[in-house]
Design a protein around this ligand. Structure first.
Ligand code: NCD
Length: 340
């Protein structure tokens, strides 16, 4: 029976139905491999046709913070699965009249089959999942987590470093790799989710952050308990030659109490083509986007620049996630064609 309170997500696809995803620690290794393998299959299916896999289902896309990619890719993912969407923005919702998140989530659950929520407060998605009694996907909760981004980030790492999801899954693709997380590691929810998701793999994580913006201890404790190694460095140039992947993030202006502090830290680390000359030719560069100035535009045309491909991988990862929590049709051919 579905509990709607976020539970663990493993190898059994049927057990994903009606589940929420609020944090990456709900996923075990088999669950991660399941969703990424599902993304690979959907990638192969959807290009020329809109699928009918979730025809008749409705997604409520609720964004209380700005978004381009996450919001649009969830919408596109649902539409590509044959479902429908409606969007809720804080500015035009009853949140402005003082309605609680719980009441809003309960209301939207009357109209939709699945909720996607971005909210400025950590823990908001968990609260909405419990209140709505409908599968709820965390699209970023303040400085907390961004689990669907971490799924697409790991998917991108696998595709860039290994050409796809190999038989041995993420473990086979990433074992022995050195992955450097650069930028605002304190406020970056994408790096929080990514580091936690990689914690149980045999990877080396290197953190490069401006002073005061280091990875929080709540995240390093999870990595510490896993099999990944972690270390911090201050010189990006010194770690670049060893990296298989660079995950660059912006300094999150909106999370600072003082503009002065933001001004003092922004632009601390910039990845440009000259710096990448010292990297392995296969070193892949990811960024959740938006970028401000932390990746120079002279990187964009290098084969290493994976951040535009990463956006497309996000479509498939989110299609897979929606398809699983809404209950994937039993057979692939059931859900294949919408138009004929
Ligand atoms: C990120 C976010 O919102 O956390 N963007 C995204 O979802 N792709 C990163 C950011 O805003 O810097």
């Amino acid at each position: 029976m579905a509990s709607f309170a976020p539970g663990s997500l493993g190898a059994d696809a049927a057990a994903w139905k009606d589940q929420s995803l609020v944090g990456v620690q709900q996923l075990d290794e088999a669950g991660l491999n399941l969703v990424l393998t599902h993304a690979e299959k959907l990638r192969g299916q959807h290009r020329d046709v809109v699928l009918a896999r979730q025809k008749g289902k409705i997604l409520a896309n609720v964004f209380y913070e700005p978004s381009t990619r996450t919001s649009c890719s969830f919408q596109a993912a649902m539409l590509r699965l044959g479902g429908s969407i409606f969007c809720v923005a804080e500015a035009t919702s009853s949140a402005k009249k003082g309605e609680t998140l719980e009441d809003t989530a309960r209301s939207l659950a009357c109209y939709a089959d699945v909720l996607v929520l971005r909210h400025p407060t950590s823990g908001a998605a968990q609260r909405a999942a419990v209140a709505s009694q409908k599968p709820t996907l965390n699209a970023g909760d303040g400085v907390g987590e961004h689990p669907s981004q971490a799924l697409l980030d790991v998917y991108t790492l696998c595709r860039e470093l290994c050409g796809g999801i190999p038989k041995g899954g993420v473990r086979e693709a990433l074992t022995g790799k050195t992955i450097c997380l650069v930028g605002d590691l304190k406020h970056g929810r994408t790096v929080h989710s990514l580091a936690k998701l990689l914690a149980s793999f045999d990877v080396a994580l290197v953190y490069v952050a401006p002073k005061g913006l280091e990875m929080p201890s709540a995240v390093t404790a999870v990595v510490e308990a896993g099999t990944a190694t972690q270390r911090s460095a201050t010189s990006l140039a010194s770690v670049i030659p060893a990296c298989d992947a660079l995950y660059v993030t912006r300094v999150q202006k909106e999370r600072f109490d003082s503009v002065k502090l933001y001004e003092a830290t922004k632009g601390s680390y910039v990845v440009d083509a000259a710096l990448l000359k010292t990297a392995k030719p296969t070193c892949t560069v990811l960024h959740p986007l938006p970028r401000v100035d932390e990746i120079a535009t002279d990187v964009d045309d290098l084969p290493n620049a994976a951040y535009f491909r990463q956006m497309e991988h996000g479509l498939y990862a989110r299609m897979a996630l929606l398809d699983l929590v809404l209950g994937a049709p039993a057979s692939w051919t059931d859900g294949l064609r919408a138009w004929f």
